[in-house]
Design a protein around this ligand. Structure first.
Ligand code: IYR
Length: 224
């Protein structure tokens, strides 16, 4: 095989301050991100969605196959059809599919099968995971790759002053047919994007985070 081509690394982003300060400031920006379920219908420009998706698709991916598609929906009739499809699945989930343990875990979030926000949010961004590339070739680590891209999407939306919800009506198969997507695209997540409604509240339960000592371990702890 021929030698692969390489070019010198372009200078990266430099925040102009020490990394300790930059990490602190980034966290200060990100820690106010919340999933919300009460959206305003205030419009968000197509340009904003393009910028956010550019950020998301800067994500690393297995063999750089970029195994994702972002379908941004603002057409009210299409949004309503998505709402009807999601509510149909969610009715099943809440009435029979979910275990008692799952329903108990969801109780503090106050969710149910009504998904009014799918009509109200100005954009519903449906993220698809490609099971093979557009040219038919293989993709690798597509779950991990799309998960990273979605994380960057949420971060970019928050940085842009917008709120999101990671909504996963399950199963999500109806989204592929509603949006006319080909068989190699599997729905991965439905992300309403917009401004929070003036009356928006968030569940207290979802605000707390585990302390850092619980989730971050340096090296190997001394055995107890
Ligand atoms: N998809 C349902 C249920 C749901 C599941 C989990 I896990 C959540 O963190 C929140 C909701 C719904 O959207 O209501």
């Amino acid at each position: 095989m021929e030698n692969p081509a390489f070019i010198p690394l372009e200078p990266g982003y430099h925040p102009g301050c020490p990394p300790e300060q930059a990490a602190r400031e980034f966290y200060a920006m990100l820690k106010s991100r919340r999933s919300i379920r009460q959206f305003s219908d205030k419009p968000v420009s197509r340009q904003t969605i393009e910028g956010i998706v550019r950020s998301a698709t800067s994500a690393p991916s297995g063999a750089n196959k970029q195994p994702w598609r972002f379908v941004a929906v603002s057409d009210p009739a299409l949004k309503h059809a998505i709402r009807l499809g999601a509510e149909k699945e969610e009715r099943e989930l809440y009435s029979s599919r979910a275990s008692a343990e799952w329903l108990a875990d969801l109780a503090p979030l106050g969710t149910d099968d009504h998904k009014e926000y799918l009509d109200i949010a100005p954009w519903l961004v449906v993220v698809f995971r490609l099971t093979s590339a557009d040219d038919g070739s293989k993709v690798y680590y597509s779950d991990e790759s799309v998960g990273i891209a979605v994380g960057m999407f949420l971060t970019a939306a928050h940085f842009s002053g917008l709120a999101t919800l990671t909504h996963t009506p399950s199963p999500m198969k109806f989204l592929g047919s509603l949006l006319g997507r080909p068989a190699n695209e599997r729905p991965y997540m439905l992300i309403p994007v917009g401004y929070p409604a003036a009356h928006c509240t968030v569940p207290v339960h979802a605000i707390s985070r585990k302390p850092l000592e619980e989730v971050l371990i340096f090296d190997r702890p001394a055995s107890r």
